[in-house]
Design a protein around this ligand. Structure first.
Ligand code: ADP
Ligand code: MG
Length: 686
């Protein structure tokens, strides 16, 4: 047998593979032969049958053939090429909104053509929009098997893609890489069989099993892809162990002193995660741990304990928060907890004067500041640490993928603790997050009364106003939240200020405050301080208060236009109440007429559940994994073939096999990674 092309070789050097063609393939992310072979069909066309026009059904994909009896370019309502195709049983309109002169020529009156497309009922009877058409002889044979249809780009036709993929199937090495035992027990076909079948289905392959992607050939590829992901995550994890980090001995004095000073004792769950973190910090390589715990579960104190472990070992710690308000609040809290222990806490804020800022930066740089708190944005600017040993990122889910920590320093890396109230569903933590260690606080501090959630139509606003008044008169406090109107910050500002004015009119005897994202940091701080101190009774706010704000005396929250908000956001907001002993409630106001199906589904979930985990699971089902990727740092290869929900069982198998493979056949593991990640592998490196 002639030797085959290595799968990772570049596309050039083969006759007909022009630079222009390579350029178009590169647009699809294809830059070598394996990339081309793994460019999988989006769907399949059933061109094995000709359907009589009389037998067409709306919504189905069908192939028809007949004579073009009329062709014209119409200009109203918009420019379109419109043809009538006739067979023995009826007529069908073919409509093209974009077309080339060559198409007008092919579709001339009198031509005999075959058209494939989706059938819909138009004003003039059946029609197909943008069908695939070609001129044929009346008795030309039909396709014997399903035709693959690939994702493509401008200037690259299906025919050209099909031709080159077929070429590659013949000439490129697609032999098995991994030892056969790996696949025993999974009953999956070989790599080569799978590729052949999916690119060239045999005549007996059912369309359904290909389209639902549960055909064994798809499952084989999905498994290989998941295995590559598992291998890459494991390697990533292992690579981190080669970077140095300060080994921090457990704190002997500071943590004990802190715990003794608290008015509460840690929950079992807090103690457990604190131990997990403490052990990680003892290691000479950087911790990468995600601390997960529902809103109000008490993550902050755990973070403080970790910070003290760094400080006691002579290293600095930093806490990053997504908003000014939250950073300010952490600063206050850390001051209260840690200043009595003699710890110097520095604070970087947008509201600081230049001079104070410079002093703080100097304290961070010369090591006088032992703990530094600020917003993520501030840390992205040039902050130089003398000896940063631990970086804590609070409310990690709020940070976008692009916002990477710029906390690199020479020599050792800091340990990293990420905290999030958004739990990661199991399938995600097994796949995209497999290289992170996760600790979970699965218990709320005692004495919390569950929040009662009510859904109230906007038509019953007056009753809600009465409840707010009642709560405030009883000495409790309330939030009134106006939604984020994504299209317009100006509109949002208008809404929140108007609401503020209206509520002030409605409650002349109450002290009403206003906070929103456009205020200067110092103003925001003053408003929040007044609310924390109980001076302000009702706080009108935008979603700036979404994360972390902690005012235990606030026991009522009203959220306007709840139907516009996402589940995670509603759950976060609601978590601002129910933090004290008083019975808390959250009223979700919605606009009756504007409720879409999904909005209704979301409101039902948030109404029925107080459990962040169940809510995240439902959110994943409603929105797909993209949302959660915000939690993830960049550089994780995305899955193209496998589907975490559908292929859960393959994911579990891949996880176990990856561990075994790295140990027993590291070279085969490398080869497998190269096949699947190819050029993508470099993305994974941090
Ligand atoms: P989150 O996990 O949402 O960040 P916080 O750390 O803000 O929660 O804690 C919520 C509130 O619970 C704070 O007022 C905190 O001081 C308090 N708290 C934390 N741990 C305990 C505990 N074990 N017992 C009682 N109250 C606690
Ligand atoms: Mg918090």
């Amino acid at each position: 047998m002639a030797s085959k092309l290595p799968a990772n070789s570049k596309l050039d050097g083969i006759k007909g593979m022009t630079p222009a063609l390579q350029g178009r393939l590169a647009k699809l992310g294809i830059c070598n032969w394996q990339g081309l072979l793994l460019h999988m069909p989006l769907r399949y066309l059933d061109e094995t049958r000709i359907t009589a026009i009389r037998d067409l059904h709306t919504g189905e994909q069908a192939q028809v053939q007949g004579e073009i009896v009329h062709t014209e370019v119409q200009y109203r309502p918009r420019k379109a090429l419109v043809c009538r195709l006739r067979d023995d049983t009826g007529q069908l309109v073919l409509r093209f909104l974009h077309f080339y002169p060559s198409q007008v020529a092919t579709l001339k009156e009198g031509r005999y053509i075959r058209a494939f497309g989706e059938v819909r009922g138009g004003f003039f009877g059946w029609e197909m929009v943008h069908p695939q058409c070609r001129q044929v002889e009346a008795h030309a044979p039909v396709a014997e098997a399903l035709t693959p249809f690939y994702p493509t780009t401008a200037g690259l036709s299906q025919a050209v893609l099909r031709k080159w993929i077929s070429w590659a199937l013949e000439h490129v090495d697609i032999a098995e890489i991994l030892p056969q035992e790996i696949y025993s027990g999974l009953s999956l076909p070989s790599f080569s069989e799978s590729l052949h079948l999916l690119h060239h289905p045999t005549p007996d392959t059912a369309l359904r099993s290909l389209e639902s992607r549960d055909h064994p050939a798809w499952r084989r590829l999905a498994f290989d892809e998941l295995l590559a992901q598992q291998l890459s995550m494991r390697k990533h994890h292992a690579r981190r162990r080669h970077q140095g980090a300060p080994a921090l001995a457990p704190s002997r004095t500071l943590v004990t002193a802190l715990l003794r000073s608290l008015p509460f004792t840690l929950t079992q769950a807090q103690q457990r995660v604190a131990v997990e973190i403490c052990r990680d910090l003892e290691q000479p390589y950087p911790m990468q741990r995600l601390l997960q715990g529902d809103v109000g579960s008490g993550k902050t104190i755990v973070a403080a304990m970790a910070a003290l472990q760094a400080v006691e070992n002579g290293w600095q710690a930093a806490i990053m928060a997504p908003t000014e308000i939250l950073a300010e609040q952490h600063y206050q809290k850390m001051q209260t907890w840690l200043a009595p222990l003699g710890i110097r806490v520095a604070w970087l804020s947008g509201s600081q004067g230049k001079k104070e800022r410079r002093e703080m930066m100097a304290a961070v740089e010369n090591g006088v500041a032992q703990l530094v708190i600020g917003t993520h944005a501030l840390f992205q600017e040039q902050v130089v640490f003398q000896r940063l040993g631990l970086a804590i990122v609070d409310e990690q889910h709020r940070f976008g993928v692009q916002q990477r920590l710029s906390l690199r320093q020479k020599g050792v890396q800091p340990h990293q603790l990420m905290m999030s109230a958004t739990p990661i569903p199991r399938t995600l933590s097994m796949s995209y997050f497999a290289d992170l260690d996760v600790s979970v606080i699965d218990e709320l501090p005692p004495g919390r009364t569950p929040i009662v959630t009510r859904l109230v139509s906007d038509a019953r606003r007056d009753e809600v106003l009465e409840r707010v008044q009642h709560a405030c008169m009883e000495g409790r406090q309330a939030y009134w939240v106006c939604p984020l109107i994504e299209e317009s910050e100006v509109l949002q500002l208008q809404t929140v200020t108007e609401t503020y004015e209206r509520l002030r009119e409605a409650f002349p005897h109450l002290r009403v405050g206003l906070v929103h994202g456009r205020m200067k940091p110092a103003e925001k701080q003053a408003v929040m301080a007044a609310f924390s101190a109980g001076v302000t009774q009702l706080l009108v706010a935008t979603t700036v208060i979404e994360v972390g704000v902690d005012v235990p005396n606030a026991s009522l929250m009203v959220i306007e236009h709840a139907e516009r908000m996402g589940l995670a956001q509603l759950h976060q907001l609601r978590g601002r109440v129910g933090r004290g002993a008083a019975k808390s409630s959250c009223i979700l106001l919605y606009q009756e007429g504007k409720l879409s199906e999904t909005a209704r589904a979301r409101l039902r979930i948030i109404y029925e559940s107080n459990d962040g985990f169940a809510i995240a699971q439902a959110d994943l089902a409603l929105r797909g994994p993209g949302e959660f990727m915000g939690v993830r740092q960049s550089g994780v290869p995305m899955l193209k073939i496998a589907d975490l929900e559908r292929d859960q069982e393959l994911l579990e198998a891949a996880r176990d096999i990856a561990a075994e493979l790295l140990e027993k056949s590291p070279r085969a593991a490398e080869a497998h990674l190269a096949r699947w990640l190819g050029h993508a592998e470099e993305l994974v490196k941090v």
